[in-house]
Design a protein around this ligand. Structure first.
Ligand SMILES: [Zn+2]
Length: 323
């Protein structure tokens, strides 16, 4: 049986519904999974005329599988391109419905279109983004999710994300790294990925034995040694200028990047539109585009659905792994 992938439409004032419909009607997507859209019917109907030319010829609205529990939200007037409490409420309701469905095993994984943080705030949602909302919906702490990027099979985890570079460097400590290695190793195992993980160096040439930077010798190498003693397949640190290339060539199953831009630059330079963000360590798999709501082009039919399609394909691929 093909995996059933729930696609949440995101903020209805943005490009989310348009790219969600494109993805759900993409022949590539339908070949590997059964897509189910989580969005109010009226708001999907309004974007349907925009998707022609980007979906299989002859596609009809009736080809989409929708969730009737969200249809009531379609009565709200949500103009394209504007922040509003109503569009925040709708994005939240779609996520809630998808989480309920995935926990009830009615779908196998979730792929999310972009939401607007300001609209969510206007709707009174206290969590700042998808990962925090999803964690709170299943009763976990807001920071429970573990992010992994997948760009054409290059997999990257992030030891730190939205902190300053200075702060990120100060957070590189042996015991925290060890805990992170354990988490990444377990997450990869659940995704059915085998092979060794490589931790990227922090300093140029991994500090050249302390000539320019001591974090490698002081924190990273001891953490790797401890992890290996536990049987965790992690290597490094490997110079950050070559580790991503080596992983792309298949030498490593994943790269453990130490700060936000280190991993982002590698993935997004390799292929910006095919960079998919996975949230792991939740009771279900969630894959996401890594772009925003693009309010400036919402409602014009100019949105590129490539990222959304890739997110759904990744959800299908990784949720097909027997657990
Ligand atoms: Zn970021």
């Amino acid at each position: 049986m093909k995996p059933r992938i729930g696609i949440t439409v995101g903020d209805p004032a943005g490009i989310g519904p348009e790219i969600a419909v494109c993805a759900a009607l993409s022949p590539e997507v339908r070949a590997v999974c059964d897509p189910v859209l989580f969005g109010p019917r009226a708001l999907l109907e309004r974007v349907f005329p925009l998707v022609k030319g980007r979906v299989a010829p002859g596609s009809a609205l009736g080809d989409l599988r929708l969730r009737p529990d969200l249809d009531g939200w379609g009565k709200l007037a949500v103009p394209f391109g504007a922040v509003s409490a109503d569009s925040g409420r709708i994005s939240y309701a779609c996520l809630q419905s998808a989480v309920t469905a995935v926990l009830a095993h009615e779908i196998d994984a979730i792929a999310t279109a972009p939401i607007n943080k300001e609209s969510l705030k206007a709707a009174g949602v206290s969590q700042v983004g998808h990962t925090e909302i999803l964690a709170s919906l299943v009763g976990l702490p807001e920071n429970a999710g573990l992010t992994m990027f997948d760009t054409l099979g290059l997999r990257v985890f992030f030891f730190t994300r939205h902190v300053s570079l200075k702060k990120a460097v100060s957070l590189i400590k042996r015991d925290e790294l060890l805990a992170f290695f354990r988490r990444c190793s377990r997450a990869l195992g659940l995704l059915g990925v085998r092979g060794s993980m490589a931790v990227a160096g922090l300093n140029p040439h991994c500090g050249e034995h302390g000539l320019f930077g001591g974090e490698e010798g002081r924190e990273i190498e001891p953490a790797v040694a401890l992890a290996r003693a536990e049987g965790i397949d992690v290597e490094g640190p490997v110079g950050a200028d070559s580790v991503f290339h080596l992983a792309k060539e298949g030498r490593f199953a994943a790269v453990l990047s130490l700060y936000h831009d280190q991993g982002h630059i590698a993935c997004k330079t390799l292929d910006f539109l095919r960079t998919v963000s996975l949230t792991l360590d939740l009771p279900f798999l969630r894959c996401s585009v890594d772009h925003g709501t693009a309010f400036d082009i919402a409602g014009t039919g100019a949105a590129d659905p490539t990222s959304m399609v890739q997110a759904v394909l990744a959800a299908a691929r990784y949720s097909s792994v027997p657990r």
